[in-house]
Design a protein around this ligand. Structure first.
Ligand SMILES: [Zn+2]
Ligand SMILES: [Zn+2]
Length: 389
């Protein structure tokens, strides 16, 4: 089959690789109809995440038709149309039973490596390095889905791929970030970053009834898309973020802050080397850690900081005094995708939101390598790419 494979920094190729096969009775093979490039794939593209091997199949946002099932995958049948969540989960361990799917204790088959980095590692992920299980991703014609009897979202034929594809990652990611803010009708919610996840944070905060939603970015296409979604925009190239937020909140600061930027951080086997690499990265990407500090500074006392942006290791110089004395709450985490998807699928079906608004580019899978570059460089008005195998 054909797939997009990682071969090193800024080197993604449209390769021919072996077809996946059922390896376990709970597996299914999905014939991919649509897949997407996620913002977090760019951390791999830029080679900020170690544990990648040349030839690894990329991609963790994908959907398609079930074409083969293992003997224990009884609630899926050949022909079912499914979106696949990026977090692989068993549905049976203690964390899964509590709905904490992104920290499933059993789906990361390289968990001992992740445990060394984080104390206790999280779930297996598709196409996201050998630290998260080394599973082949979904930017491919076919994918093996482990624990497929739980790791899926069934979708009706009445909705298009474009409407439901993002249920696998960026929509529930934006939604969880907003839900974790515990939004009240009097709240100002500020979102740093108007990329695809930021866009879904905006729509989610609006749906959850925030008084005003503000977004900070400097890419014109992203800012106009954010405005269309109901956000007040701040272009940090042209105006003072602090001044504008003071004006919008009568000098009191926003109650809720969302970091949809993250840090292009590194994960390796010891915390010390992570620390060094992050410091290195911060010299190159000096804006990135700035977001976290700025949120702590501007947030109203007793407010909430919600962090869906990806962080990998240790972060330097966090103003702990401000964080503690202001009584801020910090909520984080990879997305517990399936905790939210029944509700979100219903909202799409009822027309409350059509997630296809975020798509700016739709091309064949063979054009994937150049699309990684276009997305990385934010060229051609690119906000979100979907690929058709
Ligand atoms: Zn993602
Ligand atoms: Zn589990």
């Amino acid at each position: 089959m054909k797939a997009l494979c990682w071969h090193g920094k800024n080197d993604v190729r449209y390769d021919t690789v072996p077809d996946p096969e059922i390896e376990h009775p709970r597996d299914a093979i999905v014939n991919v109809s649509s897949c997407a490039i996620c913002g977090s794939d760019l951390h791999l593209y830029d080679h900020f995440i170690p544990g990648m091997e040349s030839g690894d199949v990329l991609g963790h946002e994908f959907m398609g038709e079930v074409m083969e099932v293992g003997s224990e995958t009884k609630n899926l049948k050949v022909g079912d149309r499914v979106v696949v969540p990026f977090t692989i989960f068993c549905g049976e361990c203690e964390q899964c039973r509590r709905g904490n799917y992104s920290v499933c204790e059993r789906s990361n088959r390289n968990k001992s490596l992740a445990d060394k980095v984080f104390g206790h590692g999280g779930a297996g992920l598709f196409g996201y390095s050998h630290l998260t299980g080394g599973y082949a991703g979904g930017q491919a014609e076919y994918v093996r889905v482990p624990f497929a009897d739980t790791t899926h979202i069934k979708v009706p034929d009445t909705l298009t791929d474009e409407q439901v594809l993002f249920l696998g990652d960026i929509f529930p990611t934006g939604w969880q970030a907003a839900v974790q803010c515990d939004i009240q009708p009097t709240d100002t919610v500020v979102i740093w970053g108007a990329g695809p996840v930021g866009q879904f944070c905006i729509r989610s905060a609006v749906l959850l009834g925030a008084r005003q939603v503000v977004v900070i970015d400097n890419v014109p296409e992203r800012l106009s898309m954010a405005e269309a979604g109901g956000a007040i925009t701040i272009n940090f190239d042209h105006e003072s973020v602090l001044g504008r937020l003071q004006d919008l909140t009568n000098g009191k600061g926003p109650e809720k802050c969302i970091d949809a930027v993250g840090l292009e951080a590194h994960v390796t086997r010891t915390p010390d080397s992570v620390y060094d690499r992050v410091k290195q990265a911060m010299m190159m990407e000096s804006d990135r850690a700035h977001v976290l500090r700025e949120m702590i500074y501007v947030c109203r006392p007793a407010g909430v900081l919600s962090i869906p942006g990806v962080y990998g290791g240790l972060v330097d110089k966090i103003p702990m005094g401000a964080l503690m004395n202001k009584g801020l709450t910090v909520r984080t985490g990879q997305t517990h995708v399936n905790r939210w998807t029944d509700d979100l699928l219903r909202r799409i079906d009822e027309g409350q939101i059509d997630p296809s608004f975020v798509i700016t580019h739709s091309v064949g899978l063979d054009q994937g390598p150049e699309m990684y570059k276009t997305f990385r460089e934010k060229q051609d008005g690119c906000v979100k790419v979907i690929l058709k195998p």
